[in-house]
Design a protein around this ligand. Structure first.
Ligand SMILES: NC(=O)c1ccc[n+]([C@@H]2O[C@H](COP(=O)([O-])OP(=O)(O)OC[C@H]3O[C@@H](n4cnc5c(N)ncnc54)[C@H](OP(=O)(O)O)[C@@H]3O)[C@@H](O)[C@H]2O)c1
Length: 291
């Protein structure tokens, strides 16, 4: 049996669907039974509870040959880093209690740096905790770059592509579908050993100006222009839409870290490069929503 945390989320839901299609026995974790209903109908066992609850997780992980772990975002918590640590520690303790031997963790590009990378610092700390598990536990931390799905949020919030990144900064964007494909393959083959990480990148890098141009063209708004917010303006806006100051600070710090080059350590090669282009994503996902 394979356990999937964050199973109603962008990556977890796709991994769960793929594993079910391959006939795997899976257990999916979330906080609401109703939100897990579709996966239950498709054959998944469901476990409803909080990922900060060690007892709940230990029971949920029992008899798992592998677990897909993620640390969830939470816009309300007063101290986002402390929440990441609380959930991360609960996950590690549950892995020990249940005797899980194979773990895939959805980390992030930038997780090698736990000083400057905002929301990603907590993912880096979780990699360190997982890498300290005994030798007979294999851990693969996936380090994807920013998601193409972030464009959906940006269009909803700002009616354009807007972040504190400099317009000329080149970043990649990866489709969560490609992350899920990679994670599902690894969970099926369990062909990873020891404590390792894998960079996961989109098809190529784009400047922020190019990202806005590609998105604008696909949704029929060729005049759409990239907008750079100052760090302070961006943080204030995040708080205005209901985010805690702690998370708004960390999201802003992540953008500053990208501007300052702290995310530039991913290795692009045949394995880390994934197929979905932004043009394809914009045409198939953004155009039906915003076109
Ligand atoms: N966005 C990016 O550009 C980017 C880039 C690299 C890495 N990442 C990382 O990717 C991860 C996000 O993955 P995703 O986008 O697939 O997730 P997502 O779509 O944001 O979904 C979050 C999932 O976490 C679950 N969840 C939230 N709080 C929970 C709790 N207290 N207990 C149990 N379950 C809880 C939610 O389930 P319910 O609400 O149903 O309970 C949901 O399934 C984050 O760690 C993020 O830092 C993001």
């Amino acid at each position: 049996m394979i356990v999937i945390t964050g199973a109603t989320g962008k990556i977890g839901s796709k991994v769960a669907t793929q594993l079910l299609a391959k006939g795997e026995i899976i257990k999916v974790i979330g906080r609401n039974a109703e939100d897990l209903e579709t996966l239950k109908t498709s054959g998944a066992e469901i476990a409803v509870g909080q990922m900060s609850d060690v007892q709940f997780l230990s029971t949920a992980f029992t008899n798992a040959k592998a677990v897909l772990l993620m640390l969830p975002p939470d816009k309300d918590t007063l101290n986002f880093g402390a929440l990441q640590d609380e959930i991360g520690e609960a996950q590690v303790q549950a892995i020990i209690n249940a005797g899980v031997k194979n773990v895939i963790f959805i980390s992030s590009q930038g997780a090698h740096n736990i000083e400057h990378t905002g929301t990603v610092k907590g993912l880096g700390r979780q990699e360190i905790r997982l890498n300290a598990l005994p030798d007979d536990v294999s851990v693969l931390s996936l380090r994807p770059e920013a998601f193409m799905e972030n464009c959906i949020e940006s269009l909803k919030l700002f009616d354009t592509i807007a972040t504190p990144l400099r317009p000329d900064v080149r970043t990649g964007l990866i489709a969560t579908n490609d992350i899920a494909n990679f994670a599902a393959e690894q969970l099926l083959s369990l062909n990873f050993h020891g404590k390792t990480h894998q960079d996961l990148l989109g098809d190529r890098d784009y400047t922020q100006t190019e990202i806005a141009e590609i998105v604008g063209k696909a949704i029929g708004r060729t005049a759409l222009k990239y907008v750079q917010y100052s760090y302070e303006e961006y943080k204030k806006y995040m708080m205005k839409i209901g985010m805690s100051e702690s998370r708004a600070d960390m999201i802003t710090e992540r953008y500053k870290a990208i501007n300052d080059g702290y995310f530039n350590n991913s290795v692009r090669n045949r394995i880390s490069t994934t197929p979905t282009t932004l043009e394809y994503f914009a045409e198939t996902v953004l155009k039906p929503m915003f076109g």
